[in-house]
Design a binder for this molecule. Structure first.
Ligand SMILES: [Mn+2]
Length: 333
């Protein structure tokens, strides 16, 4: 295995091997990587004869993941917790990310498998496997699977592929460093008989027409700052139940000169901010999100701001982004 994917600590592997019961949980407001890494982990553990409970706070907002909601429970039942299950936390960089279902589980032993760049360790020594250069959590789950000595089957491969496809934007965000190892693994997933183009269609088709129109209206009302290097988009409270940011980012990040996109979602009682930067821009949006109590990756991050109006939240974040963009422009000159 090459250097950007170190082996998982054997103490973590042993903790999984030794447990009879496990709870698998990923971050609230889940995306494909969170849910598919959970489903893959459940299948791997069930295959090893363990009893597994899948938890996620939700909400399951995106069209492509709404159908997965029945697979997850919002709370662990007492009887299951009494078996002293190992809690396996996926795709979470901080202890608040798993949300409400994790509150009752904080006294249980846990392991953390994650690929976020900013975060705070919240488990014992040797019990986390954190590889920020991994493009998805599902790739790390596949490495853990291999170290557990568990096999790969079509269903597991399907889940692992979907998480990878989500977080890489179907290979779009895959770096040169991560590609060889990831594509070797993806090759093994496809050898199980999954169909990349069918999965692409399945994950993109069937969107509500209204969501597509709302995405267009958010793009229409976006505005540019610093000669188009920064584009700011707003999702009004009236659209708050839809997750429209991905489509907005995909379009706006293709604009000429753009280095970063700031997405502000008015949730009524809070402002959710999402940040994306172009690969070549040299703007670390993960560290900006961290200033506001959020986190993420250097090119994709988010935070939630409470007690501020949309305008105030925008100004706070925009100032930081403008500084980072101007510094990045200085660097190349
Ligand atoms: Mn992820």
């Amino acid at each position: 295995m090459n250097t950007i994917f170190p082996r998982c600590d054997e103490r973590l592997i042993k903790a999984i091997k030794d447990t009879e019961y496990a709870i698998v949980i990923a971050h609230r407001n889940p995306d494909g990587d969170a849910l598919y890494s959970s489903l893959a982990m459940e299948r791997i553990l069930s295959g090893l004869g363990k009893k597994v409970l899948l938890l996620n706070e939700g909400p399951f907002l995106r069209d492509d993941i709404r159908k997965l909601e029945p697979r997850f429970r919002k709370k662990a039942d007492k009887a299951f917790v009494e078996n002293n299950p190992l809690v396996i936390i996926l795709d979470c960089s901080t202890p608040d990310r798993p949300g409400e279902p994790f509150r009752d589980l904080e006294n249980l032993s846990r392991v953390v498998i994650d690929h976020h760049s900013s975060g705070i360790p919240f488990t014992e020594d040797g019990m986390s496997y954190i590889v920020p250069s991994s493009p998805s959590t599902t790739i790390l789950v596949d490495i853990v699977r291999e170290q557990l000595g568990a096999g790969l089957d079509r269903e597991t491969a399907d889940y692992l592929y979907r998480g990878f496809a989500t977080d890489t934007g179907f290979f779009h965000f895959l770096s040169a460093e991560a590609a060889p190892e990831c594509l070797r693994r993806v090759s093994a997933f496809t050898a199980e008989g999954i169909s990349p183009y069918e999965i692409y269609d399945e994950m993109h088709d069937g969107r509500k027409l209204q969501d597509i129109k709302d995405t267009a209206s958010i793009i229409l009302s976006s505005r540019t700052v610093l000669d188009g290097r920064l584009i700011i988009a707003y999702q009004p409270e009236s659209m708050q139940n839809a997750r429209l940011s991905d489509g907005v980012y995909a379009s706006l990040l293709e604009a000429e000169n753009v280095m970063a996109v700031l997405f502000l979602k008015d949730k009524g009682d809070a402002i959710e901010i999402g940040l994306r930067s172009k690969n070549k821009a040299g703007v670390d949006v993960g560290s900006i999100a961290a200033l506001f109590g959020g986190g993420g990756h250097s090119k994709a991050a988010g935070a939630t701001i409470t007690g501020k109006t949309l305008g105030e939240a925008e100004e706070m974040v925009r100032e930081r982004l403008e500084e980072a963009i101007l510094a990045a422009v200085q660097n190349v000159q």
